[in-house]
Design a protein around this ligand. Sequence first.
Ligand code: AMP
Length: 213
Amino acid sequence: MITLALSKGRIFEETLPLLKAAGIQVLDDPEKTRKLILATNQPDVRVVLVRATDVPTYVQYGGADLGITGLDTLLEHGGDGLYQPLDLQIAKCRISVAVREGFDYAAAVRQGSRLSVATKYVGIAREFFATKGVHVDLIKLYGSMELAPLTGLADAIVDLVSTGNTLKANHLVEVEHIMDISSRLVVNQASLKLKQVPLRRIIDAFAGALEQA
Ligand code: AMP
């Protein structure tokens, strides 16, 4: 049995064409079913639905043989025990620093004052500001980061940005582009040895679909 860990929403939707290229069709709609283990048209392949931030953990410890996760989540996890064969070029966005309109970010950075930064991405933010030599106080949040600068909880946020509409709607402006994000295929290293043939078949089919895209 091959177990693929996916999260609901954008990653699931954008993974379907890649699965199709590998001849795999998921038999349930994750938005309609309450099941967490979904069968596919291939009796030896199943999909487990997990929270996006748990995908690397499931694959690391062998709860799933492979999974699809955003680079943001993968970097925060650290990638231990994960083989990362492919950038799937899906769920693309960027991770950026944003502040309230009118906040003089450049001056705050120049003056060397401590910047308070709210984010779900503490590891990425810590490394980014350390490289710039900016002193930061990091505040870990689990959602709605946009609210932090508006309520005075923090000077800045580090968050994913796609169209920029969410920032604009909340009177926030992007002041630094930290990195581009896309989803990655991650594979359990022990599974890759034990189930080499079926896993290679899936990895190669995904790679072939990417070349044609
Ligand atoms: P947007 O308004 O299009 O810039 O989207 C920003 C909102 O969507 C933020 O709340 C982000 O956390 C979220 N978001 C954007 N792109 C992604 C992605 N690829 N994966 C997960 N969340 C995303």
